[in-house]
Design a protein around this ligand. Sequence first.
Ligand SMILES: [Zn+2]
Length: 323
Amino acid sequence: MDGLADKIFNTNDFAPENVGGSGAPLAMQRTLANPIGCIGVGLHSGAQISLTLHPAPVNSGIVIRRSDLGISFPARFDLVTDTRLCTLLHPENRPDARVGTVEHVMAALAAMGVTNAAIEVDGPEIPVLDGSAAPFLFLLDCAGLVDQNAAAAIIEVRRPVRIDDGDGFAELLPAPSFPGLRMEIAIDFSASVIGRQTLQLDLTQSMFRHELAGARTFAMAGEIDTLRKAGLARGGSLENAVVVDNDRVLNPAGLHQPDEFVRHKMLDAVGDLYLAGAALQGIFRANRPGHAMNNRLLRALFADPANYSFIRPNLSPNLSRAA
Ligand SMILES: [Zn+2]
């Protein structure tokens, strides 16, 4: 944990020239310089799936494409229909065109400031790869990223919004003087190898790369049979998930970090919250969060227009700054 305290509330990544007059970051829209892809297994379907990340024009947002069905739809919170073990979306009235486990690739896109891209798969799930976001970051690094000639939109949290499910809570709070997304997460598991873990970090490219991207998804050994009987976790293995049996980790190589679990929960939240459709500006605070709570929180945020401001700069950033 050495050095972690230094990173809390570290705003060095927010270069002054990227901060607009409202205190919010005025970043450019960004896409991939080249398409790039990989093949991997789906965590829940067990299917072998081909993934390609494509560049996309200004203002197209993040789009999910099922190449096998010829169907595209926006990666947006209101199309999420299942949050049991991953975040799964499908277009309205087309449950057959579902795409699950979007959260890790969405987290990598969010952290790298990619605002326009098409995520193409030929099956019902994003490949799980090693269970973290590091392989997606690697793909983006290999593809290269290019800024586009338009300012990126920002969703500024204007009023506190909170979801409480009795077991935990998640909330979004305004942070008028802070230019990005500040994240505070606590988890509490009866498995002694996890226990209670807390993490407080600001979402920046370098924070994500060094603190969150490599944290893998995890499962309890005792629950895996139940998951498989429910048709889930068919592609799960020690190659793509940390498996916990109370006081021990079953993966022979152990954990990447002692608090890998809370780091993964924060990674999931970064991806789930990017389904807002643009970068959030404010504070995300959660105790025992999960995909369902993250999605309910976005639905609550957007349920009342007074809760947020959607800032879409009309002028080019240079003109905006000069004004
Ligand atoms: Zn995850």
